[in-house]
Structure formats: structure tokens, C-alpha cells
Design a protein around this ligand. Structure first.
Ligand code: SF4
Length: 316
């Protein structure tokens, strides 16, 4: 059996000899299928009609290895978790169950990001070493969902899956993935975050990355300022702050109704870091190594953080 391994993970395990900018604390793996995904998400390199390099997902390259080779090398990476990402194809569930059986021998907790599966499959995952589920809602706007996430699952089906996964795995154990920069408004993305948290799920933010060979290849990544405001919004939604906390101008999030001093007091620097399952740091998943990352792989220092918040909100 074969499996894809993210480039950074492969370096950390010694399967690829190259320089690493930041060490991943989770081993990121992906199912191998000699074809494209059966869905057709407009931003995705793996999509059915994409002409992109299919070694890619977002801007990360995922070389293929024999599973045995990966299992042998896994301890060298000193990882704290395995994250198995999937593309959708007819025998996906069987393959995932086989992979879990093999991977659980490494004694690490496993997260799985997967398109909707039945409750009995979720239950089977839970009985093995899987403790977190990722849901690729990706598009944070019901208005745009059908246009950009063309495939087998509707907006409603994705939320139904989220709800069932929370029921099986518990509150806080399901991460809804949202991509910032697909044409959604700030209001839509904040409302989608509220919907996820009210359901007992968590939210992981990603930045849209245009990939050559996909319908959105000429799109633009979001500005860092917009992304930072939404990272702060995500944290406030998680902590139960109401919609009144967000200062919208039309549908654009301009700032917050609580004072800057209060924000600095309540926000941890991890607000700007990757937010996902325990030990997930996803280095350079959607950023270029020489640019400031959208999601820092480790929380930035307090000085940088305070200066950034002051610049971001003080300039208004
Ligand atoms: S379901 Fe996932 S892998 Fe498949 S096209 Fe959509 S984003 Fe890509």
C-alpha cells in the first residue's frame, strides 16, 4: 500500500534530504489514489477537473512512499500526532481503515480529515486511535458553496456531517476548515464560525492560495491584515463573545467594539498561530517561506504581537 507524505513531514522522517524551515510536530499524511478526487472544488489541485500538479494539496507537495517505509521512518520524526488527509474516491473508507490499523501501531493519536461518512464509520474510527475529525467545509459562504465546492456534498450535508461527528467524538473534537479569500464576506465567515462553535465544533482557518491549473489560479490570497482580524474574530467566537463584539461596516469587519487595551489583555499570542488538533503546527501549509506566515507554526513573541495589534487596530 502507498501513502502520500507532506514534504516537511518526509524531511522530518529522513525520507527526503532537504532543509526544513520549521519542524512539523504532527506527521501529515494523505491517502494515495492513482487518480483525482471525485469532487471538483475550484481551488484544489486534487480536484476532478484540475490540471494542476497532483502531487500538491494547497501549496504543499506530497510525494508518494510505500506505507512500510513510512511506518519504519515515523519514529524518527518524534511526532506527537498523525494527521491523515483524504481525497474522495470509491474505496476511500476501506483504505482509511487499513491505514488506521497500520498507523495505530506507532502509538500516536490520529486525526482524520474526510468527506462525509456514515455514523457507523465514524464510530469505527473512534474505537481505533482516531480522536479528532476534520471537516473540509472550506467555503464559508452558503451563497458561494455550490459554485466552488462542486461535488457530492451540499452545504447542508457538510453541516449534517459536522453535527454527527460532534455527536460521536464530542464537543471540541471536530475541526471545520475554512479558507479565507474565496470571495466570502467577513460577515459570512464570522457567521459561519459562530454556527460551527454553536454546534460544538472548532474552526481552523486557512488562507486561499491560487494554484496553477485550477479554475481559481488567477485569484488572490487574502491580505495579512484581513486574515489577522479574522484570526482574532475566531478566538473571540470560541470564547463566546457575541456578534456585538464585531465592528462591521456593511459586511466588512473593521475592528472590534472592545478596547484595544482589553483586547491585548485577553488575546494570547497563539491567536496568530495554527489552530487545530493538539500538536498541529502545519508549517508553511499556505505560506511562502520568506513571507510572514498567515498561521505561525509556533506562537509569535509578545512584543511582535502587541505591536501588530496596535498597528492593525490603532490605525483606524
Ligand atoms: S473534496 Fe477535498 S481533495 Fe477533493 S476536490 Fe475538494 S478539497 Fe480537493
Amino acid at each position: 500500500m502507498k501513502v502520500r507524505v507532506s514534504y516537511g513531514t518526509a524531511i522530518a522522517m529522513g525520507l527526503v534530504n532537504a532543509r526544513m524551515m520549521a519542524k512539523p510536530t504532527t506527521a501529515y499524511l494523505m491517502t494515495y489514489w492513482p487518480g483525482r478526487c471525485r469532487n471538483d472544488c475550484a481551488f484544489c489541485a486534487q480536484a476532478r477537473s484540475s490540471k494542476a500538479d497532483w502531487e500538491k494539496l494547497s501549496r504543499v507537495t506530497w510525494p508518494v512512499f510505500e506505507l512500510d517505509e513510512v511506518l519504519e521512518a515515523l519514529p524518527k520524526g518524534s511526532f506527537s500526532r498523525v494527521c491523515l488527509q483524504t481525497i474522495d474516491y470509491p474505496d476511500l473508507v476501506e483504505d482509511v481503515l487499513t491505514l488506521i490499523s497500520e498507523l495505530e501501531r506507532a502509538g500516536l493519536p490520529i486525526s482524520i480529515s474526510i468527506t462525509p461518512v456514515d455514523d457507523n464509520v465514524l464510530e469505527e474510527f473512534r474505537e481505533r486511535s482516531v480522536d479528532y475529525i476534520g471537516v473540509g467545509l472550506d467555503v464559508a459562504s452558503k451563497r458561494l458553496f455550490g459554485k466552488l465546492k462542486r461535488g457530492l456534498y451540499s452545504w447542508e450535508a457538510m453541516w449534517d456531517f459536522t453535527e454527527r461527528a460532534v455527536r460521536t467524538f464530542g464537543r471540541g473534537r471536530v475541526f471545520v476548515h475554512l479558507i479565507v479569500g474565496l470571495g466570502e464576506t467577513d460577515r459570512e465567515i464570522v457567521e459561519t464560525m459562530v454556527q460551527a462553535y454553536e454546534m460544538g465544533a472548532e474552526v481552523s482557518l486557512f488562507a486561499f492560495t491560487p494554484i496553477k491549473g485550477t479554475p481559481l489560479e488567477s485569484g488572490r490570497s487574502p491580505s495579512l491584515e484581513r486574515y489577522r482580524r479574522l484570526q482574532i474574530a475566531r478566538y473571540l467566537v470560541e470564547k463566546g463573545y457575541s456578534m456585538e463584539t464585531f465592528a462591521f461596516d456593511g459586511d466588512e469587519l473593521k475592528g472590534f467594539t472592545i478596547s484595544q487595551d482589553e483586547l491585548l489583555r485577553i488575546l494570547p499570542t497563539s491567536v496568530f498561530a495554527t489552530h487545530g488538533c493538539p500538536a498541529c503546527n502545519r508549517p508553511y501549509y499556505n505560506e511562502r517561506p520568506k513571507k510572514e506566515p498567515y498561521n505561525f507554526p509556533f506562537p509569535p513573541n509578545r512584543g511582535y504581537f502587541e505591536e501588530y495589534i496596535t498597528r492593525l487596530l490603532g490605525s483606524r
